[in-house]
Design a protein around this ligand. Structure first.
Ligand SMILES: Nc1ncnc2c1ncn2[C@@H]1O[C@H](COP(=O)(O)OP(=O)(O)O)[C@@H](O)[C@H]1O
Ligand SMILES: N[C@@H](CCC(=O)OP(=O)(O)O)C(=O)O
Length: 389
């Protein structure tokens, strides 16, 4: 495997929140069970980032490799899909225990499937939980819920899961630590003449064609799934960084904002990507009407819509639907993702956020529409008029 001696260093883009994905090849480095050998430096990077006031969400593979190593002590596994799922279940706790042993902060296990994140209600619930964990200063360690995600396990898709999580938690950066130090013009395991590519401005078909499979027993997705993940992240306005988690100097340099690896630029800014989506995604048939005070506050920008400013909810919509927000005269002034369904919003209209629990018997948070999920219209639009982009 090539070393980063050939790779020139570049500045890491500024970031406050990042998703770090760590592959099996780093955690089961010697083809056996889990080892802290490389995880230790990565845990050090997470701790240093946290001490600097940054937030890191960890997406960690390694459960199958850990399970396989445990079982080998007793019997050999059959290698089939169900066996891999059983191995993942067996190795998940040791994988979490490894990260806990390397972290002074408490570690929280979060198991997700792609399906969870396609379902809007579950997506919002996962996001709320992760936000809360970060606020509590806990380190979330995410893995796929392999027991139920058959297709995903076959694909070995934690790279893609990490990209979806990066968008979910509104990260600035997706960091993918692997056993290879950069994207190469071809798989360096197979082609000794392959050259590193340190900056990718756009993921063109030529770049995507460079990526090969894993080529190792522990890893599953190879460079292909890493570039798929980078494509997803780029569309969400998030840059991706590929680097070797095997080189202590590379991991140390990351702490100082220096990257020896590949930087894949985002195709638009996060705000642009988000605003574009909020502006253009089809809105649910419902709308939330707000009073003059709330309308003024929303026009000022960067505020959430709280139940106190809500007059009523019109039509039908569910928690997680994109809704139109209108002023008292029915003119559209904003759109956003509602944390509550129409029936709930009607019950909460005019109430203080602290009353939510009492009124509903549960709460999804203080906001009807969180400011991160809200876009205001540049000029109010009369009812029935098209909303201009
Ligand atoms: N164009 C490429 N550039 C770099 N690595 C590549 C490329 N094509 C395939 N690979 C392979 O991808 C592997 C990393 O992916 P993988 O084994 O899935 O690791 P992980 O377990 O960390 O996700 C590298 O070891 C390398 O052999
Ligand atoms: N969920 C599986 C990992 C699947 C996966 O994407 O593996 P990898 O290519 O090493 O990141 C596990 O914990 O073993």
């Amino acid at each position: 495997m090539k070393t980063s001696g050939e790779i020139t260093s570049q500045s890491l883009p500024p970031w406050r929140r990042a998703v770090l994905k760590v592959g099996s090849n780093l955690l089961a480095a010697d083809g056996g069970g889990l080892t802290p050998r490389y995880a230790e430096a990565l845990a050090g990077f997470i701790a240093a980032s946290h001490a600097d006031g940054r937030e890191v969400v960890l997406v960690s593979s390694g459960a199958v490799a850990a399970g396989r190593a445990l079982l080998r002590q007793h019997a050999s596994d059959s290698g089939g899909l169900v066996a891999r799922q059983a191995l993942a279940a067996l190795g998940q706790a040791p994988m979490i225990a490894l990260w806990q042993s390397l972290s002074a902060r408490p570690v929280a296990q979060v198991l997700l499937t792609h399906d969870d994140l396609r379902n809007r209600r579950r997506y919002l619930n996962a996001r709320a939980t992760l936000r809360e964990l970060l606020q509590l200063g806990v380190l979330p360690v995410i893995n796929e819920n392999d027991t139920v995600s058959v297709d995903e396990l076959k694909l070995g898709d934690n790279d893609n899961l990490a990209a979806i999580v990066a968008a979910l938690v509104d990260a600035d950066l997706l960091l993918i630590a692997s056993d290879v130090d950069a994207l190469y013009s071809a798989d360096p395991r197979r082609d000794p003449a392959a050259t590193p590519i340190t900056h990718v401005a756009a993921l063109t078909p030529q770049i995507l064609a460079m990526a090969g499979d894993s080529g190792s027993v522990a890893g599953t997705g190879g460079m292909r799934t890493k570039l798929e993940a980078a494509t997803k992240a780029a569309a969400a306005g998030i840059a991706t960084v590929l680097f070797s988690g095997r080189e202590a100097a590379t991991v140390q340099a990351l702490r100082d904002g220096q990257l020896r690896g590949t930087l894949i630029a985002a195709s638009s800014s996060r705000m642009q990507a988000r605003k574009y989506w909020l502006r253009h995604a089809p809105a649910a048939s419902g709308r939330v009407r707000v009073d003059a005070g709330a309308a003024r506050a929303l026009a000022g920008g960067r505020v959430s819509l709280l139940p106190g400013g809500v007059l009523d909810a019109q039509g039908e919509f569910h928690r997680g639907d994109l809704v139109e927000i209108a002023d008292a005269d029915g003119r559209a002034i904003a759109r956003g993702i509602s944390q509550y369904g129409a029936a709930e919003v009607r019950r909460l209209a005019g109430r203080h956020s602290r009353e939510i629990d009492g009124v509903l018997g549960y709460s999804y948070g203080d906001e009807v529409v969180h400011r991160d999920d809200l876009i205001t219209m540049d000029s109010p639009v009369a009812p029935g008029q098209e909303i201009s982009a």
